[in-house]
Design a protein around this ligand. Structure first.
Ligand SMILES: Cc1cc2nc3c(=O)[nH]c(=O)nc-3n(C[C@H](O)[C@H](O)[C@H](O)COP(=O)(O)O)c2cc1C
Length: 341
């Protein structure tokens, strides 16, 4: 059993279970994944990357797969409609990877049109054969992230697919409790996730609509999942992981670096705390970027918008960035904004 896979857990009694940063295209770059770990995420996964492009050595795709010695475990996620390319890409990634994750959840037409991502939920034999081929070709554990089903003819076949993937050697499964048709609409269906949790012996991670300690507790109680994966709730808010851990009594608030460094944290308003914690996260994101792959302008600008969203004065952030000549100056300007300068 790989140390990075975990075990099936059963009904939840308040004890700690792993929190996963969801793979998110355009969000979960390497420094952001490292930052999320420092903010309490237990496991992170790269954004999804096209397996065919990887096999053709496409530089932009390989950039998305960059890791660093401090990233443990390193879990690249790939997608594709061609089983041969998926297996070849997995083989290329395997020497550096601790686990390889396969995407069967993406609803974007550019992905589903090539019968990849969530479209494969509508072709269960093809999906299962693909996973079996990959499991046979690589030595590292293979995991899969899926939706409930297509929402069309195969409305909800996630439990059946989980059982079949377990049988061919998938080591962990993650279910986003929505169908392809739903995309991001409606509420995540945790009852369907619970059904799969009960049917298989490999760990199942629940995903969808977990945004704070209350929803984390509700989801673990409802599903008995082996862990929780958080996506949109972690965009611009990597502290969602520590918020959950503090809220569920898994860690002490005073141990958080932004709390420990601030003399009067407990006397601050909610907005004051948001500025302080987000400034710590922002500065750390920049430090981690510099220590690994360098500051990437496009990624940094996206994170800047997300980190400042909802704060008083956030509307001027775009203008503030455009006024700067260099990415480093932009980074400093955002830090200044969050410091209230
Ligand atoms: C901007 C964005 C990008 C995403 N990219 C990926 C991806 O690359 N791979 C993947 O498996 N899911 C991707 N997802 C789906 C999330 O991983 C997650 O399953 C979904 O957001 C539901 O979880 P949530 O309710 O916590 O947001 C993405 C979601 C968002 C919002």
């Amino acid at each position: 059993m790989s140390e990075f896979i975990g075990t099936k857990r059963g009904s939840w009694d308040g004890e700690q279970r792993p929190l996963y940063l969801a793979p998110m295209s355009g969000v979960t770059d390497l420094p952001y994944r490292l930052l999320a770990k420092e903010c309490g995420a237990d496991v992170t996964i790269t954004e999804f990357t096209n397996s065919t492009a990887l096999t053709r050595e496409a530089a932009t795709s390989w950039r998305r797969m960059e890791t660093h010695e401090t990233e443990v475990p390193f879990i690249p996620q790939i997608f594709g409609g061609d089983p041969g390319d998926m297996a070849t890409a997995a083989e290329m990634l395997a020497p550096a990877a601790d686990v390889i994750d396969l995407n069967f959840g993406c609803p974007a037409p550019k992905v589903t049109n090539i019968c990849a991502g969530a479209a494969l939920m509508g072709e269960p034999d093809r999906l299962v054969n693909m996973v079996e081929t990959i499991v046979d070709r690589v030595d590292v554990p293979v995991t899969a992230k899926m939706r409930l089903g297509t929402g069309g003819a195969r409305a909800n076949n996630s439990t059946e697919i989980c059982e079949r993937l377990e049988a061919v050697g998938a080591r962990r499964l993650c279910i986003h409790g929505r169908t392809l048709k739903q995309r991001y609409a409606g509420e995540a269906d945790w009852t369907s996730i619970k059904e799969a949790v009960e049917k298989v012996e490999v760990p199942v991670v629940a995903n969808g609509d977990v945004v704070d300690a209350a929803s984390a507790a509700a989801c673990l109680t409802h599903t008995g999942a082996s862990g929780l994966m958080i996506g949109r709730g972690a965009i611009g808010r990597p502290t969602v992981f520590s918020d959950i851990k503090v809220g569920l009594g898994w860690m002490k608030e005073d141990d958080l670096p932004w709390v420990a460094q601030h003399d009067d944290w407990h006397g601050l308003s909610e907005v004051g705390r948001a500025f302080v914690s987000r400034k710590w996260c922002w500065d750390r994101y920049i430090e981690l970027s510099e220590a690994t792959i360098g500051i990437q302008g496009k990624w940094m600008q996206r994170h800047a918008i997300a980190f400042t969203k909802g704060l008083p004065g956030a509307k001027k952030v775009r203008t503030l960035m455009h006024e700067q000549d260099t990415t480093k100056a932009m980074a400093d300007a955002i830090s200044g904004f969050l410091a209230g300068v």
